[in-house]
Design a protein. Structure first.
Length: 253
């Protein structure tokens, strides 16, 4: 049975995801309970498990209410346990569960927060990245270092290129404006920016997108490309240094 993934807009620009597979229904992040309950009820589904990417309120605000209502199993990063609602299972890098298309592997992607996890479904070819890798962007580095965030993005870069990336926010349009300042000549980026504009005009989400497309267009993933370093006047600098410069510019964009 292939996975069925439902994208649920929450709060002002968050996404939660329902993943319906052979093991039941799993939720990735719970920004707020109401739209998630509505999406479950519309399909006659109950919630079996809940995976938290990181401790920020816009990813966990609905956890308590969903647990009360469904008795779902709540899992999240062990490293952030003291900042999270109570966990039934604390996860660290490499922890895995589920079978077939529902098989899930936690990948540590620190930087935005120190315990941030991404959830990779290797058999289904999808990854839920929260506030680490985002469409044409990446999360702001709040708790870790820029070098740490670059290393985390490198782990995601190494997944199979056909992997579909589902991130925690709809920031694609503002990310697109910024990306064009880094690589104005990138034709794949120009094409994607037009596509993003069309999707948003139609009120549609810009997720998911293939990792291959991110690799071709996301400036943060392209910090190891010589042409990106050259555009920034950093030819010969390490990818981590180029990444740090791009992140710095985005912070004040
Ligand atoms: Zn966050
Ligand atoms: Fe967030």
């Amino acid at each position: 049975m292939p996975l069925e993934i439902v994208t649920i807009p929450c709060l002002s620009d968050n996404y939660a995801y329902l993943v319906n597979g052979p093991d039941g229904v799993c939720l990735i992040d719970a920004p707020e309970a109401a739209p998630i309950i509505a999406a479950l009820e519309a399909r006659g589904w109950t919630l079996g498990s809940l995976l938290i990417t990181h401790h920020h309120h816009d990813h966990v605000g609905g956890v308590a209410e969903l647990r009360d209502r469904y008795g779902c199993k709540v899992m999240g990063p062990e490293a952030e346990q003291d900042k999270l609602p109570p966990l039934d299972l604390a996860l660290t890098d490499g922890d895995a569960g589920g079978e077939g298309d529902a098989r899930t592997v936690a990948i540590a992607v620190p930087g935005h927060t120190l315990g941030h996890l991404a959830y990779h479904f290797p058999n289904a070819g999808v990854v839920f990245t929260g506030d680490s890798l985002m469409a044409l962007g990446c999360g702001r580095v709040f708790e870790g270092t820029k070098e740490m965030m670059w290393e985390s993005l490198c782990r995601l870069k190494a997944l199979p290129p056909e992997t579909l990336v589902y991130s925690g926010h709809e920031y694609a349009q503002s990310n697109a404006r910024f990306a064009l300042t880094i690589e104005p000549e990138n034709e794949a980026l120009q094409t994607r920016v037009q596509h993003i504009g069309a999707l948003r005009s139609a009120g549609r989400p810009t997720v998911p997108v293939s990792l291959a497309e991110e690799l071709a267009t996301n400036p943060f993933l392209r910090a190891d490309q010589p042409e990106v370093a050259a555009n920034l006047g950093l030819s010969g600098a390490s990818p981590a240094k180029v990444f740090a410069e791009i992140r710095q510019r985005k912070d004040t964009f």
